[in-house]
Design a protein around this ligand. Structure first.
Ligand code: F6P
Length: 380
């Protein structure tokens, strides 16, 4: 018999289609077992400020499986171990983790579900070391969380990118142009590579393969020689030329102790270079937040529902401080320690670092082989 009476849900990081479907699945599974569900508003911010809402029986939490965004909001760039506060008009950073622990105890939360990517699960692991029972659910359109086959939100992002490529194809063909699509994904090329395959792109540039522009130009010229006067390219926001640097657009506000760079400009750079070197007209489209917004695909709705139900089951079984994962297509769980890699220090800089266990594309992945088999140039 489980001792669980009340659980809390918290979302951190950029939104991903399927968040509401996870919330719904947790509430429904909890209800069957007589467990009450609450949701912290704006993620870790709400936890620090102890702002939460009842989810069970709340009309806000009804009819949400198809809704994009998140009914309880999310925190961005928030590290509770190094939390930005204004004191006497000055910005100072404080460790608010003990406040979070106290709030959870005062609220009677028996288990906290953390919906997020690698940085979120790092913070969850750190809270678990302070005695909080946590269960992570792998959310991100980037698909870069270690230990799981697929994060929820990813399939929708790939679908949106695929549709964009279909549209770019017709305009590329009409005007004999090179069309570049810059997609998200941070330091992993999953969205780029999968959408390149599904959208029939000619070139895919990903962070895992620093590219050689000469090879890209060669691929376009080879197409031209075969009478194809247009090409469609997908460029990951984290792609960069061999010997070059990442394209950084700016910094993300707040949250000392989190990775703050905002990526952007990789697609535009490639378009300008291609235009200069081939003499063909090249245009870049940056897909941006369209990849994160809106209704989840059926695949993401099912995956999110599986993850939410599994997370609640793990809690009922008393398996805490783990991440619900999909391993070889089956639901499972792994210790949060495995998710965070060598980035062990409590409250330290979070995911997306060399220390973290981020899941990037390995060169023996079937996707890489398939892409090469169908003649997609990977810039090497
Ligand atoms: O991690 C999801 C993601 O959309 C990345 O693909 C992208 O680099 C980043 O978030 C954008 O972050 P922000 O919302 O801070 O602009």
């Amino acid at each position: 018999m489980s001792d669980l009476k009340k659980i809390g849900i918290l979302i951190n990081g950029g939104d991903a289609p399927g968040l509401n479907a996870v919330i719904r699945a947790i509430i429904k599974t909890a209800r069957v077992h007589g467990v009450e569900s609450v949701g912290f508003i704006e993620g870790f911010k709400g936890l620090v400020e102890n702002r939460f809402i009842q989810l069970e029986g709340n009309p806000l939490a009804s009819g949400i499986i198809q809704k994009g965004g998140a009914i309880i909001g999310s925190s961005l760039n928030t590290n509770v171990f190094n939390y930005k506060v204004i004191e006497d008009g000055n910005v100072v950073y404080k460790d608010m983790s003990d406040v979070c622990v106290q709030n959870l105890r005062d609220d009677g939360i028996d288990c906290l579900f953390t919906l997020g990517g690698d940085s979120t699960q790092k913070a969850a692991r750190d809270l678990s070391l302070k005695g909080i029972r946590v269960i992570g659910v792998p959310k991100t359109i980037d698909n870069d969380v270690a230990g799981t086959d697929m994060t929820f939100g990813y399939n929708t992002a790939v679908s949106v990118a695929t549709e964009a490529l279909d549209r770019l194809h017709t305009t590329a063909e009409t005007h004999n142009r090179i069309m570049v699509l810059e997609v998200m994904g941070r330091y992993a090329g999953w969205i780029a590579l999968e959408s390149a395959i599904s959208g029939g792109a000619d070139v895919a540039l990903i962070p895992e393969i620093p590219y050689d522009m000469d090879k890209v130009v060669e691929a376009i010229n080879n197409r031209k020689a075969r009478g194809k006067n247009f090409s469609v390219m997908v460029v990951s926001e984290g792609a960069y030329p061999k010997g070059g640097d990442l394209f950084i657009k700016g910094t993300r506000e707040g949250g000392e102790g989190v990775i703050n760079v905002q990526l952007g400009g990789a697609g535009e750079f490639v378009a300008r270079e291609i235009e200069a070197r081939t003499g063909m007209t090249a245009r870049n489209t940056t897909l941006g937040y369209l990849q994160r917004g809106g209704t989840p695909t059926a695949t993401d709705r099912v995956l999110s529902t599986k993850y939410g139900a599994k997370a609640m089951e793990l809690a009922l079984e008393g398996k805490f401080n783990v991440l619900a994962v999909l391993k070889d297509g089956k639901l499972d769980s792994i210790p949060l320690e495995e998710v965070i890699g060598n980035n062990k220090e409590i409250g330290a800089v979070e995911g997306g670092t060399e220390e973290s266990n981020m899941k990037t594309i390995k060169m023996d992945d079937d996707l890489v082989k398939t892409a090469r088999d169908v003649g997609i140039c990977l810039g090497d």
